[in-house]
Design a protein around this ligand. Structure first.
Ligand code: RET
Length: 273
C-alpha cells in the first residue's frame, strides 16, 4: 500500500475511523457481556459469542491503528513513510475469526435442533472462512488483474452463503415464534446488506479510484461495514434473544416448543379428567 499518496487530511481521517471503530467495538463488548444476565440461559452462548466477536474486533482495531500510526510520519506537514509497513493482515485475520462466528450467532439465537445447529454452523462457517482466505491474496496484490481473479474466487462462497441464508434458513425462520420472526428476517437482511459492502469496497481500486482517495475509501468503507456487521447486527441478536427469553419465561407457547406444549396439554387434560 502506497501510503505516501495520502494527504495529511486523508491519513488522519482514516486514523480517526480506526479509533472510532475501536471505541464502538469495545463499548459493544462491554454492553453484551454485562447484559448477558438478562438473557435466558438457552440464549447466553449466542450473546457470549456476540461479545467475543466485538472483543476480537476491538483488539484488531487497536493493532490496525497502531500499525497505521507507525507506518508514516506527518510531522513535516506531509505523509512520509517511516519504512515500517502497514499491516493489512490484521483485518483479514480479524475477519477469518469473526465472520464464521457472526453466522453462528444467528444460528444459535434461532435455537434449532442440535443436529441442525452443528450442520448449519459448519457449512456456513466453513464457507465464510474460505471466502476470506480467497480474498486476501488479491487484497495485498498491487496487480489489478490478480485483485479481480481473487475477487471472483471469493465471490463463489459469498454467493453460496447468501443463498443459504435466503433459501436454506427459510423453513427454520418460518418455525420461529411470531414475536421475533420479523426481527430475524431483518437480521438476515442486515447480514446480506452489510456483507455486500465488502466485495464492492474491494473493487474501488479497480473502478477508477486512485492513490490516496482509493486507500481512504477502502479503509473507511471496511470500517463502517465492520461496525454495522458486528455491533449493529449484535444489537439485533441481543434484542431477539431478549424477546425470546421474555416470551419463554412468561410461558407463551412457541412453535419450536411444540413438543413441550403438547406435553403440557396432556397434563392439563389428565388433571381435568
Ligand atoms: C472479500 C474479497 C472480495 C470478495 C468478497 C469478500 C468478502 C468479504 C466479506 C467480509 C465480511 C466481513 C465481515 C466482518 C465483520 O465485521 C474478502 C472482501 C466476497 C463478506 C462481516
Amino acid at each position: 500500500m502506497e501510503l505516501e499518496a495520502l494527504s495529511v487530511g486523508q491519513y488522519s481521517f482514516v486514523q480517526n475511523g480506526y479509533s472510532f471503530g475501536f471505541a464502538v467495538m469495545a463499548a459493544a463488548t462491554l454492553f453484551f457481556w454485562l447484559m448477558k444476565s438478562e438473557i435466558a440461559p438457552a440464549y447466553r452462548l449466542a450473546i457470549t459469542i456476540t461479545g467475543l466477536v466485538t472483543a476480537v474486533a476491538a483488539y484488531h482495531y487497536l493493532q490496525i491503528m497502531l500499525s497505521w500510526g507507525a507506518a508514516v510520519d506527518i510531522t513535516a506537514g506531509e505523509v512520509v513513510s517511516t519504512g515500517k509497513p502497514f499491516n493489512q493482515a490484521y483485518r483479514y485475520v480479524d475477519w477469518l475469526l469473526t465472520v464464521p462466528l457472526l453466522l453462528i450467532e444467528l444460528i444459535l439465537v434461532m435455537r434449532l435442533s442440535r443436529k441442525e445447529t452443528i450442520k448449519k454452523s459448519t457449512v456456513l462457517g466453513g464457507a465464510a472462512a474460505l471466502m476470506i482466505v480467497l480474498g486476501y491474496p488479491g487484497e495485498v496484490s498491487s496487480v489489478g488483474g490478480l485483485r479481480f481473479v481473487f475477487w471472483v474466487l471469493s465471490m463463489i462462497p459469498f454467493v453460496y452463503i447468501v443463498y443459504q441464508l435466503v433459501v436454506g434458513l427459510k423453513e427454520s425462520i418460518s418455525q420461529q415464534p411470531e414475536s421475533v420472526k420479523g426481527l430475524i428476517n431483518i437480521a438476515v437482511y442486515l447480514v446480506i446488506g452489510s456483507w455486500l459492502f465488502y466485495p464492492i469496497v474491494y473493487l474501488f481500486p479497480l473502478v477508477g479510484l486512485e492513490g490516496g482517495a482509493a486507500i481512504t475509501a477502502v479503509e473507511i468503507g471496511y470500517t463502517v461495514a465492520d461496525i454495522v456487521a458486528k455491533a449493529v447486527f449484535g444489537v439485533f441478536i441481543f434484542v431477539i434473544a431478549m424477546r425470546k427469553s421474555q416470551d419463554e419465561t412468561q410461558g407463551a407457547p412457541t412453535v419450536h416448543h411444540a413438543a413441550n406444549v403438547e406435553a403440557d396439554d396432556e397434563k392439563e387434560t389428565s388433571t381435568l379428567s
